[in-house]
Design a binder for this molecule. Structure first.
Ligand code: SAM
Length: 204
């Protein structure tokens, strides 16, 4: 098996050369901080790309972690599969090819950690669909929720991104107004919403 650090560097290079969006260098430490805090056993990732965040989540989770990761692009899923097979996590990460909105509905396990990082306009739909799959102590992290500053009105939003910005605002309200979760919006990178499901007795 290959050294994970070397593999990760190769993936960063592949991402740059092929314009594949992977979590940015300011958002990544936040993601890894919460994964290390949680040490999850069962992870759902929405948006695999080439498997970069999936491998890093695997490396920072509980030893028995299993990850389901959803990716629309056949080509990216194939590249991700290749990288994952070169790592020690090859039998811990399963890629589900196809539309995440459809594939979430086929899942039946309970997840204690979810990373949402796919179609930004679909975040509210993803959250509603994955809600029944959340373990009682689940943590849900969504990347890009402040999308280039367009979401909170700090930067004027071009017309073509207005629906995305609206849906991301809707996602933030959905998790922030939900009494079962405590949500913090981290401004690092493109903005991450970190939502922790509260123990029943502490639900607001
Ligand atoms: N999480 C990855 C990482 O940090 O390494 C990056 C994911 S990238 C930002 C978003 C991915 O979501 C893209 O590869 C894209 O093809 C995928 N995607 C977009 N729409 C999707 C959909 N409807 N269903 C599943 N995947 C989708």
């Amino acid at each position: 098996m290959e050294d994970l650090r070397a593999l990760i560097c190769e993936m960063e290079e592949y991402g740059r050369a092929n314009h594949v969006p992977i979590i940015n260098e300011k958002g990544l430490p936040v993601l890894l901080e919460v994964v290390r805090e949680k040490r999850p056993h069962r992870v759902l990732e929405i948006g695999t790309a080439i498997g970069y965040s999936a491998l890093l989540i695997a490396a920072n989770s509980a030893e028995d972690v299993r990850i389901d990761t959803l990716e629309l692009s056949e080509e990216r899923a194939k590249v991700a599969q290749g990288y994952i097979e070169r790592s020690i996590y090859s039998n811990r990460i399963k890629i589900h090819r196809g539309d995440a909105g459809e594939n979430i509905l086929k899942l039946t396990d309970k997840y204690d950690f979810v990373f949402i990082d796919a179609a930004k306009g679909q975040y509210p739909d993803y959250f509603r669909k994955l809600y029944p799959l959340l373990a009682e102590d689940a943590m849900v992290v969504a990347d890009n929720v402040l999308f280039r500053g367009y979401v909170r009105g700090g930067v004027e939003c071009p017309r073509r991104f207005r629906t995305i910005a609206k849906r991301l605002r809707e996602y933030i309200s959905l998790v922030s107004d939900n009494d079962e979760f405590a949500t913090v919006i981290r401004e690092d990178g493109d903005g991450l919403a970190v939502s922790r499901r509260l123990p029943r007795e502490n639900a607001r």
